[in-house]
Design a binder for this molecule. Structure first.
Ligand SMILES: *Cc1c(COP(=O)(O)O)cnc(C)c1O
Length: 339
């Protein structure tokens, strides 16, 4: 059976690089949404806990329940339908109307829109949001924002930072005035963390860097990280493809000579998408011959097991997309092995 190997050593390496940049392990919140970027929610969560990460970020309440025992703080990004109270759960307020939906005592982090214009209350709604949250007796634990292009060499990063800094000062003084407990401030995803000279926020929300990737064009001088996920497939059958015979759906590959070929148990049904005519080489340099089927591919040779990839940059470029999309499209039913 095909399987995904997760390198604990590489995960720890990446987390260590991030912890150094942030100043401390305690300043990391590992982002585990979408099945931990396709790696496996419980597998990555357990390893992150073992490393010493105490905070996590997920999309939904359902995800948070699965890892509740592993972290002190779990920020839920996009779900206000919470049915069990847990002090571990912190709910993101994406819209001022979210405040009305939550039960008294719920921990909240108010998201402010500093320029991405996707989610969050606007800076001039922030005081009103605080006021409403206090009236509803919610625990305001954090205020945060998200960068729209921290991985691009533009001034947006600085612009959003300036706005957020101004808001921090304002909120700090409101908290002092109202005698509220200190609030956690956080604005950084992976790329933003590495753009700071002296990171001084309460924590950074690191997704892609944990998994071993930062942006592909390295104009910003980001550190090299180590990909955590590699995909392996096993041989289903072997045969000799005779000179002139064509292979697979549409017969798009024709043998130039008699060659030994084997079929392996990975295909687009497992998240390994059709290549649309692009050439793809496995980790050991074997070319995929003909089309990718739903559950199989063919390469030359007779190895029992092959490593399809241990880095998704080649696939991201073939599919004209980002590493994030290739990672999150790995089928959750493939077995995960920690090595
Ligand atoms: C997904 C996400 C992150 C993580 O971003 P990376 O670029 O993977 O580090 C951080 N914050 C929020 C709000 C997110 O949705």
């Amino acid at each position: 059976m095909s399987y995904i190997k997760l390198s604990k050593q590489n995960l720890f390496y990446n987390l260590n690089v991030c912890a150094k940049q942030a100043g401390d392990k305690n300043k990391l919140a590992i982002v585990l949404k979408d099945n931990a970027y396709g790696h496996g929610l419980l597998e990555i969560a357990s390893m992150a806990k073992e490393f010493g990460v105490t905070k996590a970020v997920v999309q939904t309440y359902k995800e948070a329940l699965k890892i509740e025992h592993l972290f002190d703080i779990i920020l839920i990004l996009a779900d206000t339908k919470i049915s069990t109270f847990s002090h571990t759960f912190h709910i993101a307020i994406n819209d001022i109307a979210d405040i009305e939906e939550l039960e008294q005592n719920t921990n909240i982090h108010i998201k402010v829109d500093t320029g991405m214009h996707r989610n969050g209350v606007s800076p001039n709604q922030l005081e009103m949001a605080i006021d409403r949250a206090l009236k509803k007796k919610l625990n305001i634990c954090g205020v945060f924002t998200h960068h729209k292009s921290a991985d691009e060499f533009t001034s947006d990063f600085f612009y959003q930072n300036t706005i957020f800094k101004g808001l921090k000062e304002k909120i700090k003084s409101i908290c002092e005035k109202l005698n509220l407990s200190p609030i956690l401030f956080h604005s950084c995803n992976s790329a933003a963390l590495f753009r700071h000279q002296n990171f001084d926020e309460d924590f950074a929300r690191i997704g892609i860097a944990s998994y071993g990737y930062l942006c592909a064009n390295n104009v910003l001088g980001f550190p090299n990280l180590k990909p955590v996920l590699s995909l392996y497939a096993n041989r289903l059958s072997s045969r000799v493809l005779k000179k002139g015979q064509s292979l697979g759906y549409g017969g798009t590959y024709t043998a130039y000579d008699d060659i030994s070929i084997s079929t392996y148990d990975i295909g687009y049904g497992d998240g390994f998408k059709r290549l649309g005519g692009s050439s793809f080489e496995t980790k050991n340099g074997q070319k995929i011959l003909g089309r990718v089927s739903m559950d199989s591919i063919v390469v030359e040779g007779t190895d029992d097991e092959i490593c399809i990839f241990d880095d998704v940059n080649q696939l991201a470029s073939i599919h004209n997309t980002i590493t994030y999309e290739i990672l999150t499209s790995q089928n959750p039913n493939i077995e995960r092995i920690i090595s």
